[in-house]
Design a protein around this ligand. Sequence first.
Ligand code: HEM
Length: 267
Amino acid sequence: MSYETIVAQAGLADRIGKNRWPARLDILQSSTGLFLALFMWGHMFFVASILLGATPMWVITKFFEGYFIFGASHYWLVSCVVAFVAVVFVLHAGLAVRKFPINYRQLRTIRAHAAEMRHEDTTLWTWQVYTGFLLFFFASAHLYQMLVWPEKIGPYGSADRMWSDGLWPFYLTMLLAVELHGGIGLYRLAVKWGWPDAPREVLKKLKWALTAFFLVLGLATLGAYVKIGYEHRDHYGERYTPSWLVDQQQNNDAAAAPQAAPSGETK
Ligand code: HEM
């Protein structure tokens, strides 16, 4: 098919001059998507620290709160990180809307084409649209909670949220959606921009391997929070403090307390 035919079929034959904005918006969409996918890899490892125990997860939480630098927790630091991620997320979602079917007729046409073509990459694209649509709601709700209540993040706080607050089905749905969406997104980026420069079959295997890895990690993590949340259900709201810190605090309190009156002394 000639260049002129493609331009004419896209309804652009009468256009004067070049409009660079679609390309710029596409680059912005790809770069925000790449940032979010890489962020999610880091996020999954941080959250999965619970698999190593409550104290490792507590250390990571306190690190983001600036506890080891300032000697006290500054929750607003976490909120700042969340706010930045939320802005990128909204930007990415806003740019993605350009490619969504905007009415039932368009949706039906896309589904019919995908079913007829049986072209795997087209099917993957439709999955990206469905999972992206779900994430509009799930990721927004999750980000809002992290933004507004950063002090509730922690081995017990997060576990209570999963079990006592009953949010594990929410997290399970979001986990499936985000891992499928991110995996397909990275694959499509690689195909689109030609990096890494490998055959599609190889990229596809890599994509499924990454998705499987993060799904298994995510499910194990979810299971660990649910288990801790169940065991902690009678102490809902109590915060986790490592035993060595409890000892240290008790020693400090004892040192700061006024000397006890000698025994036998009366007022
Ligand atoms: C800076 C922003 C974010 C922070 C601080 C954050 C923090 C957390 C924390 C602490 C948990 C453990 C459960 C809890 O306490 O609620 C969690 C779980 C989860 N988050 Fe985020 N999150 C952020 C952004 C995102 C985004 C953008 C997504 C994408 C949709 C996401 C998806 C998930 C999923 C799927 C889980 C469950 C993981 C599992 O159980 O394996 N998070 N997040």
